[in-house]
Design a protein around this ligand. Sequence first.
Ligand SMILES: C[S@@+](CC[C@H](N)C(=O)[O-])C[C@H]1O[C@@H](n2cnc3c(N)ncnc32)[C@H](O)[C@@H]1O
Length: 300
Amino acid sequence: MDIQEIKQERQKWLTWKNIAPLRQALESLPDVTCNVVYGDVIKIKTDLPHEQILSTAKMMMPWRKGPFQVGDVFIDAEWKSNIKYNLIRKHFDLKDKKVADIGCNNGYYMFRMQEDEPKLLVGFDPSPLYKTQFDFINHFAKTDIVYELLGVEHLEFYEQKFDLIFCLGVLYHRSDPVSMLKSLYRGLESEGEVILDTFYIDGKEEMALCPKGSYSKIPNIYFVPTIVALKNWCLRAGFERFEVLETSVTDVGEQRKTEWIEGQSLEDFLDPKDVSKTVEGYPAPQRVYVRLVKKRKEKR
Ligand SMILES: C[S@@+](CC[C@H](N)C(=O)[O-])C[C@H]1O[C@@H](n2cnc3c(N)ncnc32)[C@H](O)[C@@H]1O
């Protein structure tokens, strides 16, 4: 199957029985042109009735990434994604670049990236729910952002190569991290760059933690490397340069239970007696942000 056939096939995911009612609610929204402010809270000014906005947005729960404000409805997502975005903001300039956000979720970062005026902005995420949240916000914002229901594994076959690829919070979900890094490498233009973040563990050894069942109650976490092990993966994938940009520890100011998710959040994932550990007894989540350069620029 080529990439166009995969895209067509995946459009059918929007007709799944848990997604179809959300699409209907989306389609019943009137066509409106709105003023949008792309700040820490993505604010959409609209006169649409509160009840219609609230009921449509609630149908699309859980909202993991945000915050958004649509009319007077504040979508207080589980993650205050503005914290991550603001941390990395100083490390890039997207003006006139072809940019991809891999694992873009509902597109929060891509909406923020509008201010830089990239030439092209494409999000990849295979979740029809998150695409529907994106379409809800974009119904009002009317941006040119392209949202593909594709995964990182499709990137190298995509019709377009990118100058800058963001891949935030995805690597630890992949059972073969070096393959994923190779996919990112192949998705880039010849002097392109990746900005990536992942969980890491402390240590000078070239090692990774391999959680038995779950890590921080997240079932699909395969490897949590030391920074030096992460560097080795990236060099093996072909990148010529590896630069650490930032490190951070996630706290309950950034990720917490709100009325826009069901179930648990970070406060339930850490050991209540020692928050430096997860409930499984592993080191608590901390993140490293890196820049990967495909090929160093030739000195002229
Ligand atoms: C932990 S969230 C990270 C979201 C966002 N990038 C961030 O950093 O806040 C992981 C995202 O990866 C998406 N995802 C799942 N499988 C994927 C795949 N094969 N390729 C790309 N993204 C995937 C999920 O739907 C989810 O939105």
